[in-house]
Design a protein around this ligand. Structure first.
Ligand SMILES: Nc1nc2c(ncn2[C@@H]2O[C@H](COP(=O)(O)OP(=O)(O)OP(=O)(O)O)[C@@H](O)[C@H]2O)c(=O)[nH]1
Length: 320
């Protein structure tokens, strides 16, 4: 498709069309990525049972007849401990100041805690931004527990935002597809009127390189239960089509560096005789081939970048 064809329409959208940005916040594991995926209908952000796996601002786009909702997926807001933590929080604050509405995710099956309150106080500082409380994972509790959680969330809203509380409170289950459309409806209500901002059919404006990196990161973290989530960064160094291949037998060579902090972590990723790294490569390759629609050859290198979480230069290089 040429750039011209990709240009935005200057007319032809319905008069009451709405378009804009929204972002989900919530403590680690609150269900932000899963909800994003359920709304967009395709795997965009990575999800995992381990906290803080969402590193980059990844957007998914919901195309509707009446609206275009652009989801900016942010990392979990948390109290910064390392420089990386601080960068992530800055990124979150900047993202939030730019969106039209915010979905604050609070799991139905966990008591509201200091982490949620911390986020709520941060949100209360944003001027006149509609904050919609989303009581996620509603499938994990019974009706009574859900009702009690909705009450607690309403109280939190009044405590933090004054008597009007949250703009809305919606129970939702991304996994059971319960109320997912209702979440979209309410978010859309808070978007400004205007034309679509992205071409129809676009699911994410995240460069393919980043999505490829996310797939590899996800595969590398699978089944590793120590501190690796904080210590692994994936950089796609290059992605080049193999020369001399016929149209129907395209192959893309992808060279990737996986950065860890310590040689002990390198050993974990590589596994005995390289067995684990081969598995990571083969798992990631399947997702990448689906994403790109061609065969790929994955070349993974694990490198030790000492204390990269605290070194601004390294952070810059890794795109944080
Ligand atoms: N039963 C159930 N589980 C859910 C639901 N939504 C998310 N989960 C699970 O909760 C865990 C965390 O979900 P994520 O979507 O990765 O959470 P997140 O808020 O993006 O997490 P971070 O990236 O750590 O900030 C995963 O194991 C999900 O499968 C839901 O609606 N129902």
């Amino acid at each position: 498709m040429s750039d011209n064809e990709k240009m935005m329409p200057t007319s032809g959208w319905p008069e009451n069309f709405r378009s804009g940005f929204t972002s989900f916040v919530g403590r680690p594991n609150a269900g932000k990525s899963t909800l994003t995926n359920a709304l967009v209908g395709q795997k965009v952000a990575i999800t995992s049972a381990k906290p803080q796996t969402t590193r980059h601002t990844i957007r998914g786009i919901v195309h509707r007849e009446d609206a275009q909702l652009i989801l900016v997926d942010t990392p979990g807001l948390h109290r910064p401990r390392t420089l990386l933590g601080q960068r992530l929080n800055d990124l979150v604050a900047q993202t939030l100041s730019e969106v039209d509405a915010i979905g604050f995710c609070l799991p139905a099956n966990e008591k509201i805690g200091p982490g949620d309150r911390f986020i709520a106080t941060q949100l209360a500082q944003l001027q006149r931004k509609p904050i919609i409380a989303l009581v996620t994972k509603a499938d994990l509790v019974d009706r009574e527990q859900l009702a009690a959680q909705l009450m607690s969330v309403a109280e939190l809203g009044v405590e933090q935002f004054g008597e009007d509380g949250f703009a809305a409170i919606i129970p939702v289950s991304a996994v059971k597809e319960f109320q997912v459309q209702e979440v979209a409806n309410v978010l859309v209500e808070h978007l400004p009127k205007g034309p679509p901002l992205y071409p129809d059919g676009e699911l994410t404006d995240e460069p393919e390189l980043k999505m490829v990196a996310e797939l590899i990161r996800e595969a590398a973290l699978e089944g590793v239960h120590d501190e690796l989530p904080h210590s692994l960064a994936v950089v796609v160094e290059e992605m080049i089509p193999r020369e001399g291949r016929s149209e129907d037998k395209q192959l893309i060579d992808i060279h990737v560096s996986l950065f860890v902090e310590r040689s002990s972590q390198k050993a974990i990723i590589i596994g005995k005789g390289g067995s684990r790294l081969r598995e990571v490569g083969s798992n990631a390759r399947q997702g990448i081939e689906k994403l790109l629609g061609t065969k790929v050859f994955l070349d993974l290198h694990v490198k030790v970048a000492k204390d990269w979480q605290r070194d601004p230069k390294q952070l810059g290089r890794l795109g944080f």
